[in-house]
Design a protein around this ligand. Structure first.
Ligand code: SF4
Length: 329
């Protein structure tokens, strides 16, 4: 089934719980609900969803892309159409991973024999607010709504997403202030770890929970780099590099630079094989000095035992480091 142009019959919209859903879930859910449509989100990732994605993906696809295909498959028979937007560029010479750009065509072609229509839109320039609004309004019109209704839905969605992003950033600031106060009052605080991962990896229970659980069991406070104020982090990333072409990797690096003096360690989590991360993780490992870094690569075959052992060892090193074990004045 190709990408739908006339989608006026669509009453139930499916959202794959993968890739940019973890960045724009509030925007998308609010947009469709404001139009009076029903929204169905695919089930949280589990082994069955990954296997379904693996069956229809090429071996070379990254784990996140396989999970995305499994999430799309999970929506077959549960919605009138699945919403898969294409996001291309974020600002001059900075864009999104090509996987997000090709996602609608990839899903439409892969599931062409199934009853799974795709509705989509193209955001060519994320920094052009008018253009983004027009893309959503056009989708609203294809869904059978007037320009006015679609505009109203988009404005409500944009406001809700902004509030969500601000809340994440505020919660992170509050957590950092609490840690600072604790250090000041007691001279100590739990080890604070910044998890640096694309949001659909760091917040996907199937991919990240083994790492997060091991960190929490070892007593760490966990902060997420993707929850730092995005605009600030993006700007900050230019102190690290002027040439990096991926917006989310930029935001993650900007978060590291912003929080480096407030954390004890960094855990990088990447999905195998990720082109953008293979380059940026290497740059982070080489150029971020003074903060211990654990670099974890998650793939479909990984057991959790190896990860637990590596996280525990890393936490042991940080505890030792904190007590002055590795300090050389
Ligand atoms: S950024 Fe990496 S993990 Fe994410 S979709 Fe692209 S290749 Fe996959």
């Amino acid at each position: 089934m190709a990408v739908l142009n006339d989608a006026a019959h669509v009453k139930v919209v499916g959202l794959p719980r993968a890739l940019l859903y973890y960045r724009y879930s509030t925007l998308w859910e609010t947009f469709f609900r404001s139009l009076g449509l029903q929204v169905v989100v695919s089930d949280p990732t589990d082994r069955a969803i990954l296997q379904a994605g693996e069956e229809v993906s090429s071996d070379e696809s990254c784990l996140a892309s396989k999970v995305f295909m499994g999430a799309v498959a999970n929506l077959i028979g549960r919605c009138d159409a699945v919403f898969i937007p294409s996001y291309a560029s974020a600002s001059p010479r900075v864009g999104f991973c090509t996987k997000y750009q090709s996602a609608p065509d990839m899903a439409a072609n892969t599931f062409r024999d199934k009853n799974l229509p795709v509705i989509s839109l193209l955001v060519e320039h994320l920094d052009n607010e008018r253009e983004v609004e027009d893309a959503y309004v056009d989708l609203g019109k294809r869904l059978g709504f007037s320009t006015k209704e679609a505009k109203r839905a988009y404005k409500a969605a944009r406001k809700a997403q902004k509030a969500t992003d601000e809340l994440w950033a505020k919660n992170q600031e509050t957590a950092l202030k609490d840690i600072k106060r604790l250090r000041h009052n007691t001279g100590d605080a739990p080890i604070t770890i910044l998890v640096v991962a694309h949001p659909y990896i760091g917040h996907d229970p199937f991919m990240a929970d083994p790492v997060l659980d091991a960190l929490k069991e070892a007593g760490a406070i966990v902060l997420f780099a993707d929850e730092t104020d995005k605009a600030h982090a993006f700007k900050k990333s230019f102190e690290f590099t002027t040439t990096m072409p991926w917006v989310i990797n930029r935001e993650l690096i900007g978060s590291i630079l912003s929080l480096q003096d407030k954390i004890d360690g960094i855990v990088l989590i990447s999905a195998f094989p990720c082109g953008p991360d293979s380059m940026t993780d290497d740059a982070i490992m080489r150029c971020i000095e003074g903060t211990p870094i654990l670099n974890l690569l998650i793939d479909a075959q990984n057991g959790t035992a190896g990860i637990q052992t590596r996280v525990e060892s890393f936490m042991d090193i940080l505890q030792f480091h904190k007590k002055g074990g590795y300090l050389h004045e």
